[in-house]
Design a protein around this ligand. Structure first.
Ligand code: ADP
Ligand code: MG
Length: 233
């Protein structure tokens, strides 16, 4: 099916999700309906256990859709093949709370991993792209450091660089600023916002961080698996 460019890159409708079986079965999401426009920055808030990560991983092709629909970049995920998931995931950038850096690779090499999932990369171009993005994140003087020699905030910024280096169409971030001080946290979010404006990158950030709320285009709040508010800023 051809992709329609002005279609919202993320759409969910009637989305339900469950964990466990028998008596232990719980419903984590209830009838989630969302339409997120291209180039926007959306913040997903809500108490612990409200379903934020579940929703983000369903949108990110990291979990199978059980009930309802997620439409991602023009493709329906409910019933999609593993091959379709793999090729869609390549168009996404993930930033997780646990930054999952390779401890034996330098900052630059970790960022290059973000390009290598896309196949062969010209080594010089790849390195230039990695150094450029590390520079934008204020890490020019840390490119050759191993994660063990970086602070928590620096490691988190390397993970952000790794997610951004391949110019993903959608960025999904779970608590990306938790380990950052106010200034670096705002810098990272400002960068995501700018990417939305200049490249049309669509960003969804799960956060509790009140310091970045004002930077969002939209704030969606989940409680007990349901959307309880959806505010355009
Ligand atoms: P949040 O990210 O908002 O803290 P989650 O999406 O992680 O919330 O969790 C939503 C609900 O689903 C919670 O009740 C949680 O305990 C449950 N849950 C999440 N992941 C699993 C899992 N892998 N197995 C069983 N229950 C889970
Ligand atoms: Mg979570």
């Amino acid at each position: 099916m051809p992709e329609v460019l002005d279609e919202a890159p993320i759409k969910t409708s009637g989305l339900n999700h469950y964990f466990g079986t028998g008596d232990a079965r719980i419903q984590a999401l209830f009838n989630v309906n969302l339409e997120i426009p291209r180039g926007s920055l959306t913040i997903l808030m809500g108490p612990s256990g409200s379903g934020k990560t579940t929703l983000l991983t369903l949108i990110g092709c990291l979990r199978v859709i059980e009930e309802g629909s997620v439409h991602l970049l023009g493709h329906e995920l409910n019933g999609a093949s593993e091959a379709a998931f793999v090729s869609l995931r390549r168009r996404l950038g993930f930033i997780f709370q646990a930054h999952n850096l390779h401890e034996s690779l330098t900052a630059t090499q970790n960022v290059l991993m973000g390009l290598q999932v896309h196949g062969t990369v010209d080594p010089k171009k790849g390195r230039d792209a990695a150094l450029h993005i590390l520079g934008l994140l204020g890490l020019s003087d840390r490119c050759d450091y191993l994660p063990g020699n970086l602070s928590g905030g620096q490691k988190q910024r390397v993970a952000v660089a790794r997610a951004l280096v391949s110019n993903p169409e959608i960025i999904l971030a779970d608590e990306p600023t938790a380990a950052l001080d106010r200034e670096s946290g705002r810098k990272v979010v400002q960068m995501l916002k700018t990417l939305g404006q200049v490249r049309g990158t669509t960003t969804v950030i799960v956060t509790h961080d009140p310091r970045i709320l004002e930077m969002a285009d939209r704030i969606i709040t989940l409680e007990d698996g349901r959307i309880v508010s959806d505010d355009l800023q």
